[in-house]
Design a protein around this ligand. Structure first.
Ligand SMILES: CC(C)(COP(=O)(O)OP(=O)(O)OC[C@H]1O[C@@H](n2cnc3c(N)ncnc32)[C@H](O)[C@@H]1OP(=O)(O)O)[C@@H](O)C(=O)NCCC(=O)NCCS
Length: 179
């Protein structure tokens, strides 16, 4: 069963005032708080435990230093969502990058995911990234819809991709060629 389409709700902040900006070191603590909330939901990301602050800080600092596509959605000075596209680690895989995205629950369904992906994908293309890939759980219908809308195609189905607290989730491997 898929994650249901949510009934219309008022956004917690005027959506038109949410800014999509390139990540900055000053906003990493706020990004961390958002990551902890989305990971804590335990149903969307592979990350299901609270990540160590030091590790998140150093990873984000590294991505920003390398000018990797990392965009934050910012509302009232707080990071409420992000989209990162970072290269695979092995040299012979480095032409492929992985996309990860998320928004705080109250900010979903208002087009911010689309804006985040557009910003990150547009930079990735300019940077010469050849291909962007991601895994998405098969029950995450809003995310699958978004990825298809942004031009991703399904490349595979990974059965029992994850096992958490005894429950399995299948995942789609999706990809988009940029160059
Ligand atoms: C995935 C996520 C970033 C998308 O951001 P968003 O701002 O909600 O996305 P958008 O509003 O730009 O687009 C969502 C699309 O899905 C559609 N949608 C929403 N619920 C849906 C459902 N149950 N079935 C199908 N489509 C659905 C929306 O109508 C919209 O499409 P449209 O622009 O054609 O109308 C956000 O939902 C989120 O943070 N989810 C939890 C974390 C997560 O899943 N991360 C990705 C892991 S792979």
């Amino acid at each position: 069963m898929g994650i249901d389409r949510l009934p219309p709700q008022l956004p917690p902040f005027p959506i038109a005032d949410v800014q999509i900006i390139y990540a900055t070191p000053e906003l990493i603590p706020s990004f961390y708080q958002t990551l902890v909330v989305v990971a804590g939901e335990k149903i969307y990301l592979d990350l299901v435990e609270t990540p160590a602050w030091e590790r998140v800080l150093s990873l984000q600092q590294g991505l920003i230093k390398q000018k990797t596509p990392v965009y934050y959605a910012v509302a009232g000075g707080q990071v409420i969502g992000w989209c990162s596209i970072y290269p695979e680690t092995h040299l012979c895989h480095a032409h492929r990058s992985r996309l990860v995205t998320g928004l705080l629950p109250g900010f979903r369904g208002f087009g911010l995911g689309s804006r985040l992906l557009q910003a990150a994908l547009s930079q990735a293309k300019m940077d010469g990234v050849e291909k962007v890939e991601l895994y998405v759980y098969t029950d995450n219908l809003p995310a699958i819809h978004l990825y298809l809308k942004m031009g991703f195609e399904q490349e595979g189905l990974v059965r029992r991709y994850r096992k958490y607290q005894g429950e399995y989730k299948d995942a789609l491997l999706m990809g988009k060629l940029l160059g």
